[in-house]
Design a protein around this ligand. Structure first.
Ligand code: NAP
Length: 350
């Protein structure tokens, strides 16, 4: 018997889709990904990009910091007993993802810790094959495999991940190690402008290191960054190495001129933010769904999560090169489950 609905991916979109599909009695099966070296190196382990961050301050419902005083003084004694222990002190990315996973499990989602390596979308029910070799069929599929941040690929970047190397200023920028200190952002697109401008809230100085002598970013965002007194641009420069040590993590970067490769300079910094774009995790689709010029899955109908293949839905960052937030991913995960549920009902497969 084919599965009714298979969810591929285990970030906020995948788990939200699983929660909604399970509550609709669709008995979803979730392929959450495999724990293997290949996924670790690519940044595509189960639980997605949030599992690579620390505290999450912008996911609604989880205010950061110690809330004991607020709870003691502002929440009625009777209501307090309904509040989960974690409601006292914000939430970390990995914790949020474990909670979502558990929430999906509580409603009966079946979770398989494996990748979907191959799928055939040419006829229904669709055929899927996992990395571990399991072959099965499914009437509907939700693709929620997310995207991964691009890094330059330096060994020193890898070494200091979570110790000053990040690809998400919005996630990590407010951490104590970045406050009042010089920081480095690499890239010249809108993300680099946005991240650098955002980081000036905390940093003493933000260096934007860009390999050319003009930005790719939109004029308005570039102008805003250039007008910010805390931002210094290092034009026509590449990052040679992220500098640091085991105790302190990142302590700076060495940059090299792209015009005169003999010319290097060391910048002191406690943080290094890569803002050189993201890559959607769509390799396993092998071109079977329509994507945009950056490889993100297209939703052909506005405000619907249907893809170019009937019965296949997409949610979260794999179909979003614009917002890329946990809460927007969760929102489209919900939408995909509802769209899939209605589609299955229309096929008489509910
Ligand atoms: P992007 O536009 O592709 O820019 C990537 C930047 O990284 C480019 O400046 C590129 O340099 C640089 N880069 C790429 N590979 C590099 C390497 N190996 N070494 C050094 N530099 C490298 O990506 P993005 O900035 O993430 O933006 C993605 C999309 O999201 C865009 O459409 C953007 O408009 C949109 N976005 C919008 C907003 C907003 O409106 N608020 C915010 C963020 C992103 P070159 O310029 O030399 O190629």
């Amino acid at each position: 018997m084919p599965e009714r609905i298979t969810i591929i991916g285990s970030g906020p979109a995948g788990w939200t889709a699983a929660i909604y599909a399970a509550r609709a009695n669709l008995e979803p099966i979730v392929y959450e990904g495999a724990f293997n070296e290949d996924n670790r190196l690519k940044g595509t382990l189960p639980l997605g990009q949030l599992a690579l961050t620390t505290e999450v301050e912008n996911y609604p419902g989880f205010p950061s910091g110690d809330l004991t005083a607020f709870l003691d003084t502002s929440i009625d004694e009777k209501k307090r007993k309904y509040m989960a222990p974690h409601a006292k002190e914000g939430v970390s990315g990995p914790e949020l993802m474990e909670l979502m996973r558990q929430q999906a499990m509580n409603f009966g989602a079946r979770i398989i810790t494996d990748d979907i390596a191959e799928l055939d979308l040419s006829e229904r029910p669709f055929k899927l094959k996992s990395l571990g070799g399991t072959e099965f069929e499914s009437h509907a599929i939700i693709i929620a495999t997310g995207a991964r941040a691009n890094y330059l690929g330096l060994d020193s970047e890898e070494k200091f991940k979570n110790m000053g190397v990040s690809a998400c200023a919005v996630c990590d920028g407010a951490m104590p190690r970045y406050r009042g200190k010089p920081l480095v952002v690499v890239g010249g697109g809108d993300s680099a402008m946005e991240e650098a401008t955002f980081l000036t809230k905390y940093a003493s100085t933000v260096y934007i290191v860009h390999r050319r002598d003009e930005f790719r970013a939109s004029k308005i965002m570039a102008d805003r960054a250039l007008a910010n007194e805390k931002i210094t641009v290092k034009w026509s420069s590449n990052i040679d190495e992220v500098l640091g040590d085991d105790e302190n993590g990142v302590t700076g970067v060495r940059i090299r001129s792209t015009i005169d490769p003999e010319k290097t300079e060391e910048l002191e910094a406690t943080g290094y933010f890569a803002a050189i774009g993201h890559t959607p995790n769509t390799d396993f689709l092998k071109g079977q769904l329509q994507t945009n010029d950056k490889g993100y899955v297209i939703w052909p109908v506005s405000h619907r999560t249907n893809t170019s293949v009937e019965g296949v839905f997409a949610a979260g960052d794999v179909a979003d090169d614009h917002y890329k937030q946990a809460v927007t991913a969760a929102g489209t995960g919900c939408a995909a489950a509802l769209d899939a549920e209605r589609w299955l009902a229309a096929q008489g497969l509910e």
